[in-house]
Design a protein around this ligand. Structure first.
Ligand SMILES: Nc1ncnc2c1ncn2[C@@H]1O[C@H](COP(=O)(O)OP(=O)(O)OP(=O)(O)O)[C@@H](O)[C@H]1O
Ligand SMILES: [Mg+2]
Length: 284
């Protein structure tokens, strides 16, 4: 059980003559456990569109997608079954407003577990999940619509975690969060991956997250996969891909390269984060 895409193309315009593929010829396997994937690429490269295929919100225009044993097809009667897929593959949207709709925060997070058949436990699960994302307790009864952008983001993440998915896909989960919330969410994702063996897929423009947290990075360019491998290999052995796809380097690599060039130092250029680089500088 996993996500498997075979030669998937996707066009927002369905009519044959007007089709314009924004996802092109994608072959991809995502395992149902233990993966930590960063999906990157410049604005408009197709990341969000691809993510909505993972949980059957979009169906490939051509090619096949098989998600947890079910082949995605645009046909009546399939819709209900897709709920099963969405229990396995949870997607946190880029814009949390799309996801929130209940009267209160707590009801919103409890919606998923309730929908999947849990009655009495749903509110308890919701509370636990809101605690996990460090959402302030005095706002559990607030309307989701009066929250700040960052708070909405936390509620939308909690809403998906409450369903206990095997694969959790998060579209720019830390965008708009303050540094502390960002750290909390990242350590939560690490725990979900390392302790609970969930597969985590994070869409992000933040190369520090990619280099420090991801085990695998997939780079999209104009709807195609231009790289699928380890972050180490991307940033240390594939400079051409970093350049061609307009990616940044992680801060630690960027700073080491700068210091080596400008101050003629001889620092390692593959430190995982700034702290590691500082350690080397201090001991130079
Ligand atoms: N609802 C839509 N209708 C038509 N075209 C769309 C729609 N949504 C996205 N597109 C187009 O599909 C392409 C891929 O968009 P997508 O949102 O998947 O990119 P992205 O990589 O997530 O970008 P970003 O980093 O800005 O979030 C873009 O060219 C975009 O213009
Ligand atoms: Mg996007």
């Amino acid at each position: 059980m996993a996500i498997d895409l075979f030669k998937v193309n996707y066009s927002y315009l369905k009519e044959k003559k007007r089709r314009q593929y924004v996802i092109k010829d994608i072959n991809l396997h995502i395992d149902e456990k233990d993966e930590f994937i960063a999906l990157v690429g410049k604005t408009g490269s197709g990341k969000s569109t691809l993510a909505t295929i993972f949980n059957a919100l979009k169906i490939p225009t051509t090619g096949d997608a098989v998600v947890f044993g079910m082949k995605l097809k645009e046909r009546r009667g399939y819709k209900d079954n897709y709920n099963k897929i969405r229990k396995h593959v949870g997607l946190v949207f880029q814009f949390p407003g799309y996801q929130l709709f209940e009267e209160t925060v707590i009801k919103d997070v409890a919606f998923g577990p309730k929908n999947y058949g849990l009655k009495n436990e749903a509110l308890d699960i919701a509370k636990k999940t809101l605690e996990m994302v460090h959402f302030p307790e005095n706002k559990y009864e607030s309307s989701p619509f009066v929250l700040s952008g960052g708070e909405k983001k936390l509620v939308s993440i909690a809403g998906i975690l409450a369903n206990d998915p095997d694969i959790i896909v998060l579209d720019e989960p830390t965008a708009g969060l303050d540094p502390r919330s960002k750290k909390n969410i990242l350590s939560l994702l690490k725990e979900l991956n390392e302790v609970y063996h969930k597969s985590v897929v994070v869409i992000t423009h933040d190369m520090n997250i990619v280099y420090e947290h991801a085990k695998r990075v997939i780079v999209l360019k104009d709807g195609e996969i231009s790289f699928d491998g380890t972050p180490y290999s991307l940033f240390n052995n594939n400079n051409d891909i970093v350049k061609n796809t307009n990616l940044d380097y992680p801060d630690s690599i960027r700073l080491a390269k700068y210091l080596n060039n400008e101050l003629k130092l001889n620092l390692k250029e593959d430190h995982k984060n700034i702290n590691e680089l500082m350690e080397e500088l201090i001991h130079e």
